[in-house]
Design a protein around this ligand. Sequence first.
Ligand code: PMP
Ligand code: GLN
Length: 406
Amino acid sequence: MRSFGVNSRLKPFGATIFAEMTALAVKHGALNLGQGAPDFDGPEFLKEAAIKAIRDRSGQYARMTGLPELTKAIVERFEKTSGLTYDAERDVVVTCGATEAILDCMLALLEPGDEVVLFEPFYDSYPASVVMAGGVAKIVTLEAPGFRVDEAALRAAITPKTRMLLVNSPHNPSGRILDDEERAAIVRVAVEFDLIVLSDEVYEELWYETRHRTLASEPGMRERTIVLGSLGKSFSFTGWKVGWAIAPAPLAAAVRSAHQFASFCAPTPLQAAAAVALTAPDAYYEEFRSEYRARRDRMVTGLRACGLSCEAPQGSYFVLANHGRFGFADDFAFCRHLVEHGGVAAIPPGAFYLNKAKAKSLVRIAFCKKDATIDGALERLSAYAARFGRGASSELKQEPARAPSL
Ligand code: PMP
Ligand code: GLN
């Protein structure tokens, strides 16, 4: 009998770090600052809208492109934040989370062997999606500590086979928002080489001092850009898995060609609730942002007090901290030790890199958590620092480094 198992394209990716760290958090009874999932639910009015949709309307498939009221709400909200107009019937595809939209874009737009430029650190589904679609990922490193786009490095990654550039801002995991200079560099390269730009803007509502602006609003970009959004991020229901792609008609039609066979549609009642969500007044978003700003400040202050130095992120709900004072060989070793001996789960950002060594002194902490969870985790981190930090009575034990390869 043959040995049945994952194919050679997917095998190198192993298990996603989110499943792994969440399982370790459960095993060790740790507070989970790893996976980017709030430990609170989104607004009650949305739950009510979903319940009402289950009760009152058909539980059958939604329209393949997305419920009409949702695609309308998506373009209206996007017009409000970007000033750009899109056609709700033609230019939107509702998917099972942005994760499906990413894969749909690759499946629909790449020919075998086409290259996609990804910036590392990257959300871990990006390279896997490229590879599943038969493409080739070309990696450009955003060098720590600035995590800025370097135009020369970007240009060096472009070849005649480059078809697409994937950009994520606000950025997971660094929390950076692209500045004007970086945006201009991306536009120059995308236009010069006639690339499709997949702009992952799932953290579009999670900006603090610097306002997020869509890349699609730059000159020459609208016609080549697919913008991704996610209800999970903006309304704290990650498990509802409602996401979307907005793009001019030819690109949207291509994405739809893959979506119709990947999932056909996202769950109907949750789409109905998402339509209600996206018509929320500005006050919702203002409160959402100010709550997150407070969580960010609480976390950053606390991490610094534990000797985990970090910059306050400009956007997203992640902070990258430096764990150097604990003396571990790398980020995987630190996170494994911390979850077991410190009772706090975090993400080793090496999972977001091809060049894993670049992340070895970093740890990603999620602050989409209740104040009580943040405070509890900070207390645990402080006790951990007293026990294992440099200068503490070193009980520290070096764990063998694990470096999964992509
Ligand atoms: N892009 C980025 C950068 C993310 O962090 C996430 C997190 N899940 C996603 C896409 C996927 O979003 P969704 O949960 O809607 O699939
Ligand atoms: N995007 C989330 C994160 O970065 C998690 C997504 C997932 O669990 N697949 O933490």
